[in-house]
Write a protein that binds this ligand. Structure first.
Ligand code: PMP
Length: 316
């Protein structure tokens, strides 16, 4: 789908996957005008194909587009384009229980621009790929390291939207952590360097008894759709949930820590290393609460339990 600045996106078309042509002075290449989304399609035993809350991704893209001075497809256009792309790629959706089809919508300033300004024209495209587990550990616990030097976002910046540059900002810390054997990095706020933010591509939760705590959304972390869904699932299961500032010290006496995201779903954290000290959780096993929430969410996404929340969109 294409559109010029100030206009609406026109109806798109399906195209075979391949390279695309861009001007060397395209807005995305020079000034980072790019946003993406990530969602998954699951295949059910009865042949149904399910999407999980795609209109939430559409709304998040709209919000990001506003921050990045970009036009955005409407929620209906977005959801229709996702449906059409998934149906056209049905053969790539793994069998039930063997993974899912990852869907990557991408909105970019594709028009040429030389002086710093929003691009004159925009492209919205979607591509897909079959995926298994995000972390090589699968549902096994991941090991995080708290990053104290580098930050992924600053107040007033773009940390709260899913823009491409946010991911460029985390590559160095993430690569260094992986080279030392960690699964990923846990970021702190850039002002007081004391409060938890999120992991490179997922949100973080702490469990203490019946209480589940997660950093509040305040512009520097991505409002994860899995995060929002897990909060509702946890509340419906009788947990108490708090969204607030979470000090790094709270990691020390947590019972469990887990991460949430479309790619990682719910990933239990086995250990967190901060300033050289390693804290372990649940005997390096999968915590009961993390496991319970993982099962509740995945069985909903795969259509194995009743969709009481109305979150599932059936494609066929
Ligand atoms: N934070 C960041 C930085 C992410 O890239 C993602 C993945 N989209 C998330 C959190 C989790 O968001 P969601 O649950 O919508 O996938």
């Amino acid at each position: 789908m294409k559109c010029s600045q100030g206009e609406n996106f026109s109806k798109g078309e399906l195209q075979r996957f391949g390279n695309i042509e861009l001007s060397p002075s395209a807005g995305i290449l020079n000034y980072g005008q790019g946003l993406f989304e990530g969602l998954k399609a699951y295949r059910k035993h009865d042949g149904n194909i399910l999407l999980f809350r795609p209109e939430e991704n559409a709304m998040r893209l709209n919000m990001g587009a506003e921050r990045m001075c970009m036009p955005s497809p409407s929620v209906e256009q977005f959801v229709e384009a996702v449906k059409a792309t998934v149906l056209a790629n049905e053969r790539w959706i793994p069998p039930p229980g063997k993974g899912s089809l990852y869907i990557r919508p991408l909105l970019m300033g594709s028009g040429a621009v030389l002086g710093l300004a929003p691009a004159p024209a925009y492209t919205f495209l979607i591509y897909v790929s079959p995926v298994g587990n995000y972390f090589k550990e699968g549902l096994a616990p991941i090991n995080l390291v708290v990053e104290t030097e580098m930050h992924r976002a600053t107040p007033g910046g773009t940390g709260g939207v899913k823009t491409v540059g946010n991911y460029a900002a985390v590559l160095k810390a993430q690569s260094a952590a992986k080279a030392k054997g960690y699964s990923d990095v846990l970021y702190l706020d850039s002002v007081q360097k004391r409060y938890l933010e999120e992991v490179s591509s997922c949100n973080v939760f702490i469990v203490k008894g019946n209480l589940i705590v997660t950093p509040a959304i305040k512009g520097t972390i991505l409002p994860g759709i899995t995060r929002k869904s897990i909060i509702d699932v946890a509340l419906s299961q009788g947990f108490q949930v708090e969204e607030r500032l979470v000090s790094v010290d709270e990691l020390l006496d947590a019972d469990e820590v887990f991460c949430t995201g479309t790619a990682v779903v719910v990933s239990p954290v086995g250990s967190i290393t901060h300033q050289g000290k390693r804290v372990t959780y649940g005997n390096n096993g999968v915590g009961l609460v993390s496991q319970q929430l993982y099962s509740a969410l995945t069985s909903l996404q795969m259509g194995l339990t009743e969709d009481k929340m109305g979150w599932i969109v059936k494609l066929k």
